[in-house]
Design a protein around this ligand. Structure first.
Ligand SMILES: [Zn+2]
Length: 425
């Protein structure tokens, strides 16, 4: 792959030259420095980046990307009713649908600055093919959802194992296979124990919804006498390898358990707001207890887009508002929740622009009214600008979007329009 030199780009308030080769940030030097001896500059492309800023690309740590063609399908519904509506639509899905909706989701993520996503859906080999072809880093796994039906438990175990076998040749630097459970209210105890045991024996991470609504907590207490977090703790599921989406309705003891076990908790503010699940995510408390905090958009059927910049802004605003504390979610921590915290949770060498890390980054056009102030770049990017300020996106040192153009986008739109007609909306 040809090297890239980004000349005179702003990074953390300074002008630098960034040298990229073999998919990595090789050198980051003050602008005008003598080019490094060991860099193959003759074969590299030099790009002048006046009025452009560099930012690590984002990680969407909880989404159902193929629901992007179901936008608006469950408007004005509570989660329980919404799930029934969505599951009815999902009966009509095909591999053709998954392939194109997956590509369309990747295109939307690239446009809005995401190069890593943690997906929670079915048809994994097809979804992987879409992400792989689009060049986006991803984590995904067969979602176990046996509805406490022993017949389904048996069938899904077999299907899961087949999917796991098919994922073995994946390039682990770009893609990871996970054990996914839907939730504690749709997955039997037997399946939870079996899946967690399989994950731990095979070094896989676990991804599931947890404590998303008050109803989930109340029903769990009724069925098991404890909260969902305590229930998972009793089953031995809590650990550094668990990625818990939502973790919204928690007791003090739950926070302590999630923190002590270094669980990754993924806040999905737009989905929570829209479905009316709540908004008082215990960011400060979970972080102080030791949990790893990341952000996600959830699927488009509940939050309507995959825009992480919007998610960052709303997350921080809500933390400040409900606590009456403007320091509740500072910008540097906010950026970490959308970048490095996710890289650490999934074990990818991404999330920061520094020498030796994978070259996953955004180039942002700052030649606009949104950036004309003396405030730090990240303040203007999150609170003033929008994701259409992003002009270029790189993942593993390769351009996924160049001057706002994504290769093949027109065909992706046309094919997505075609598969939409097969959807039972
Ligand atoms: Zn979800």
């Amino acid at each position: 792959m040809k090297g890239i030199i980004l000349k005179n780009i702003e990074l953390d308030g300074s002008k630098v030259d960034i040298y990229i080769s073999d998919g990595l940030f090789k050198h980051i030097l003050p602008t005008g420095s003598i080019p490094p001896e060991d860099f193959p500059k003759e074969e590299a492309e030099t790009i002048f980046c006046t009025h452009k800023s560099a930012c690590p690309s984002f990680a969407n740590m909880h989404t159902h990307s193929e629901m992007n063609l179901m936008r608006g399908a469950g408007e004005d519904m509570a989660l329980e009713k919404w799930l029934d509506a969505i599951w009815l639509i999902e009966e009509s899905l095909s591999s053709d649908y998954i392939y194109w909706s997956g590509k369309l989701a990747c295109a939307e993520m690239i446009k809005t600055g995401t190069t890593l996503y943690n997906n929670h859906y079915w048809y994994v080999p097809t979804a992987h093919r879409s992400a792989h072809e689009m060049g986006v880093r991803h984590a995904m796994g067969y979602v176990l959802l046996d509805r406490m039906d022993p017949e389904l438990t048996k069938v899904q175990k077999e299907q899961f194992l087949k999917t796991f076998e098919r994922a073995k040749p994946w390039n682990r630097e770009m893609a990871q296979f996970l054990v996914c459970f839907h939730s504690i209210y749709t997955v039997s105890e037997e399946m939870l124990l079996w899946g967690a045991d399989f994950a731990r024996k095979n070094g896989l991470r676990i991804h599931m919804h947890l404590s998303e609504t008050e109803t989930e907590v109340a029903n769990c207490i009724k069925a098991h006498g404890v909260t969902p977090v305590k229930y998972l703790s009793q089953l031995g599921l809590l650990g550094k390898d668990l990625i818990a989406a939502h973790a919204l309705h928690l007791t003090e003891e739950d926070v302590e358990l999630l923190g002590k076990n270094k669980v990754t908790c993924v806040h999905n503010i737009n989905s929570n707001l829209k479905i009316g699940s709540g908004y008082k995510f215990l960011y400060k408390e979970l972080k102080a207890a030791g949990a790893n905090i990341c952000l996600g958009t959830d699927g488009c059927a509940s939050s309507n887009n995959l825009d992480m910049l919007e998610t960052m802004k709303t997350s921080a605003m809500l933390q400040k508002a409900f606590r009456g504390d403007p320091t509740a979610m500072p910008l540097n921590e906010l950026l970490d929740t959308a970048t490095i915290n996710a890289a650490e949770a999934l074990g990818f060498n991404t999330g920061k622009i520094e020498e030796g890390r994978s070259a996953d980054m955004l180039i942002v056009d700052t030649n606009s009214c949104f950036f004309l102030s003396n405030a730090p770049f990240i303040a203007n990017f999150v609170y003033s600008a929008h994701s259409d300020s992003i002009t270029d996106v790189l993942c593993a040192g390769r351009f996924l979007m160049r001057n706002k153009e994504i290769p093949g986008e027109e065909e992706i739109l046309a094919q997505s329009r075609r598969v939409l007609s097969s959807l039972k909306l």
